[in-house]
Design a protein. Sequence first.
Length: 237
Amino acid sequence: MRTRGILFDLDETLLRVDMDGFMKAYFEMLAPRFEREFDPKTFTRELVLSLEVMINNLDKTMTNMDVFHADFFPKLGLPEDEWVTRIQAFYSDDFPLLRRFSSCDPVARRVVETAVREGYTAVLATNPVYPRTAILERLSWAGLEPDLFKFITTYETMHFCKPHMDYYLEICSIVGLQPAECVMVGNDVEEDLVAGGLGMKTFLVKDAVRNRDNRAYSADYEGTLADLLRMIQEGAI
């Protein structure tokens, strides 16, 4: 089946990022917003536990945001308007400072722009564990605009996370494509290559492969973003 859609992961695929440094700083910057309720260590532990609940959720009636809010914020004992205000302040004032852990890959923009110009449907298929404001901020760090993508996965809109198959099925349903008409481009063996189980083609970006368990894997294509760019230009994907 002819390829009509290209799904792009963000972190370590379109955006060069030190994920370990980024996540450490993320927790260190967010925890003080709730220091009256939790000490930093307890806050981080409870936040991670709630993130795991969200990632493991398969209830299609609840968005990722609904699941996370229902599990995490009752622990704080705060009225909704209070924690919403603090979270919004964090993402507007603090989150942009995390840009220091990332750098822009100029090839990434060329890849997405070329895909769109060649008629492919482009989707930003980042793991939807962040609100839209945070995902768009990180997208800007990659030198990309949201208008390049037909759809961007965020925790407000998605009901599943990677590596669940339902995450990819939901994307296909939203953009009106069959899995066999799509290619998933990413660097994470567990989270991105799982799409191949649906008949979706996969491209493993070897610039920064993440393979937590050193598992054996199979990808339809492997290479750098420059290799992917060339394949798109040649109609070879």
